[in-house]
Write a protein that binds this ligand. Structure first.
Ligand SMILES: Nc1ncnc2c1ncn2[C@@H]1O[C@H](COP(=O)(O)OP(=O)(O)OP(=O)(O)O)[C@@H](O)[C@H]1O
Ligand SMILES: O=C(O)c1ccc[n+]([C@@H]2O[C@H](COP(=O)([O-])O)[C@@H](O)[C@H]2O)c1
Length: 198
């Protein structure tokens, strides 16, 4: 199967924002733009997952439907939406990253996630290997202030860099991570799924 990736050029810095996007919302866009600005990223790619291994995906809408809806929300020339993890048969993020680093070795990737993601990061497959492969930027999120004290955050405390140095993060050798604060978006897919449709 041909794997179609968004365009990139050698030396680019690209934030990888993985998610279920069930559905995508303005909070995803807000976090992407905040990270793009603070890390001085050239692009952000939304990786629409075929299914988060920690979630019950039995009611997850089809990948193409989630991608189509995400493209409408992203609506930004420097945000690309892709579902390529399905095409490479990657279920775990560590597999995605290995594939990307093998196929786009000249691109500097940074993993982006909301603070709730950091809170459960220690449950991910090979999370320590992930932290050793790619710099990570965590975007604060309402209700997730405790994430700074989550098991992975404590385990990786020595490799946390000050937020004021965020622009350096894409060029730092991993493990390296930072927590980005700023205006928060209270939006969530869970809340949207609960909103009755008119
Ligand atoms: N409002 C937000 N602020 C910061 N990060 C966010 C926000 N909403 C989602 N994210 C982050 O976006 C990534 C993808 O999230 P996801 O698609 O699961 O959306 P979600 O709103 O968290 O969904 P759900 O409520 O179903 O868990 C995750 O890293 C998540 O932490
Ligand atoms: O690799 C893992 O074990 C793993 C466990 C949980 C989540 N992830 C990834 O984290 C991203 C956020 O997922 P979600 O469902 O919280 O939006 C998405 O890219 C998932 O594939 C990855």
């Amino acid at each position: 199967m041909t794997v179609r990736l968004p365009p990139s050029t050698p030396g680019m810095t690209i934030g990888l924002f993985g998610g279920s996007f069930n559905p995508a919302h303005a909070g995803h866009r807000h976090a992407s733009l905040l990270a793009m600005r603070r890390l001085r990223l050239d692009r952000v790619w939304w990786l629409v997952t075929p299914g988060n291994p920690l979630k019950d995906n039995s009611r997850l809408p089809a990948l193409q439907a989630r991608i189509g809806a995400a493209e409408k929300i992203a609506a930004h020339p420097r945000i690309a939406v892709t579902g390529f993890e399905a095409a490479i048969n990657a279920r775990y993020t560590v597999e995605t990253l290995r594939w990307l680093q093998a196929h786009r070795p000249s691109v500097r990737f940074v993993w982006l996630m909301g603070a709730d993601g950091l809170a459960r990061f220690h449950e991910w497959g090979q999370w320590r290997a992930i932290a050793g492969m790619i710099p990570i930027a965590v975007v604060d999120r309402p209700g997730a202030a405790f994430a700074a004290f989550a098991p992975a955050a404590l385990a990786l405390a020595d490799s946390r860099i000050p937020e004021r140095d965020a622009a350096l993060l894409p060029s730092l050798p991993p493990p390296a991570w930072t927590l980005l604060h700023g205006p928060l978006s209270p939006l969530s897919s869970t809340a949207l799924r609960r909103t009755p449709k008119m």
